[in-house]
Design a protein around this ligand. Structure first.
Ligand code: IPE
Ligand code: IPE
Ligand code: MG
Length: 250
């Protein structure tokens, strides 16, 4: 039986986040340039987005480019940016066919104008879509986001519009780029690396972490279903004990 048949569609995570990693190693294994790995990763993005939308996941956040990735060789950064523009353009049809709304989180001011324009265009064209939100994390890092949120809060306090005693977790969340999006219940990282690499640090406080050795360009629907299946077999206790979560267990 495939994992797709084994997952319980009534208990899906509302929000899945993915650290798409391993493109470079995938290309290297084939004696190709790293950029070939990035290009091949687009298929995995399409498969994952379509599969999530089809089964009923409401939010998918993909880590596509981190703040730290700006430090890669310029040739690779340029190739990634032009791939982004090309893919957004080409995959707009996929987004429309699947009723997916595109959004972006991150320090978008760092992107070059052509990139920003294409991003804006795809966001606008898909803005009426309702089946799923696809959030692309671009030039994103959690520490950048948390620092920005802190600055916004400090400015409100300085302007006399917010009292320090009214700062709480809800308010802080509303200052993040993910405001109005529920925290991800499931975070997947491909390529066998067991780290978070500055992704959604605030939001993943209680996410289930799922690490797979599969390299991103090889990631397919069935790998996603497997991750969801494993997620559904974990006990999320949120600090409580088993008996409180499932009173039938003695
Ligand atoms: C993920 O693959 C894509 C980006 C970070 C942009 P990598 O490029 O990090 O691939 P590896 O980890 O070097 O194999
Ligand atoms: C994390 O992958 C960022 C993205 C997937 C966009 P990296 O490959 O950049 O992370 P590290 O450097 O291995 O931690
Ligand atoms: Mg990597």
């Amino acid at each position: 039986m495939s994992f797709k048949e084994k997952i319980d569609l009534k208990r899906l995570p509302l929000h899945i986040a993915v650290i798409m990693d391993g493109n470079g190693r995938w290309a290297k294994q084939r004696g190709k340039l790293r950029v070939f790995g990035h290009e091949s990763g687009v298929i995995a993005v399409r498969e994952t987005a379509e599969a999530c939308a089809e089964i009923g996941v409401k939010f998918l956040t993909l880590y596509a480019f981190s703040t730290e990735n700006w430090n890669r060789p310029k040739k690779e950064v340029d190739a990634l940016m032009s791939l982004l523009v090309k893919s957004l353009n080409k995959e707009t049809k996929t987004l429309m066919d699947n009723d997916i709304r595109l959004r972006a989180i991150g320090d978008l001011s760092q992107l070059d104008p052509q990139c920003r324009q294409q991003l804006q265009e795809t966001i606008e064209v898909t803005s009426g879509n309702r089946r799923m939100d696809l959030n692309l994390a671009l030039s994103y890092s959690a520490r950048w986001e948390i620092t920005e949120a802190t600055r916004k809060i400090a400015e409100l306090v300085k302007a006399g519009e917010l009292l320090p005693e009214n700062i709480n977790q809800e308010l802080f969340s509303s200052m993040l780029t993910t405001k109005n999006i529920p925290d991800p219940e499931l975070l997947i990282r491909t390529s066998g690396e067991n780290r978070i690499s500055n992704f959604l640090l605030w939001q993943i406080a209680y996410s289930e972490l799922y690490f797979t050795p599969v390299l991103w360009p090889d990631f397919r629907r069935e790998h996603l279903y497997e991750a969801i299946y494993e997620f559904q077999h974990r006990e999320r206790r949120f600090g409580k004990i088993s008996e409180q979560i499932n009173p039938r267990i003695k």
